[in-house]
Design a binder for this molecule. Structure first.
Ligand code: ZN
Length: 165
């Protein structure tokens, strides 16, 4: 399966809310396979379809040796929060403390159109929230407080990859 180029901050596809998947066909299964290969090649703990230029509500994850995917996710978040470093393959080199819900129950579908539930805490919960944000055109730097967000924007403007075609 081909490994795709990961779209970087500045690419409008990362700011576009992705469309729900309606057709669970061969093409969708190929998208999941491509996302998985691209994520593992990076390597990264998660990858959302918009990050390879496909504006559909699909993401893959790779946490604690478990590789999976979720389509059309809907999240139920715990009230308790976690703090921890977060980064993104679309923002290479950046990592900032990002507050997230400690636990998540994510419902959605697998690539065969069957309903699935993913329950996770810690890193898996963080990953699921981060990837679902991508499907809404939201990036982790949007979750930072204004001071940290400003620092992140400065770091992005100075990054070697920023503004490259
Ligand atoms: Zn990301």
């Amino acid at each position: 399966m081909p490994v795709h180029t990961i779209r970087l901050f500045g690419d409008p596809v990362l700011r576009t809310p992705a469309a729900p998947v309606e057709t669970f066909d061969k093409e969708l299964r190929k998208l999941v396979a491509d996302l998985t290969d691209t994520m593992m090649g990076a390597p990264g703990v998660g990858l959302a379809a918009p990050q390879i230029g496909v504006s559909l509500r699909v993401f893959t994850y790779w946490v604690d040796d478990v590789v999976g995917h979720l389509i059309n996710p809907s999240l139920d978040l715990s009230e308790d929060l976690q703090d921890g470093e977060e980064g993104c393959l679309s923002l290479p080199g950046l990592s900032y403390d990002t507050r997230r819900a400690q636990r998540v129950v994510a419902t959605g579908m697998n690539m065969h159109g069957e309903p699935v539930v993913i329950e996770g805490s810690d890193l898996l919960a963080r990953c699921v929230q981060h990837e679902t944000d991508h499907l809404d055109g939201v990036l982790f730097i949007d979750r930072l407080d204004p001071v940290a967000c400003k620092a992140a924007m400065r770091e992005i403007r100075e990054a070697e990859w920023f503004g490259q075609p």
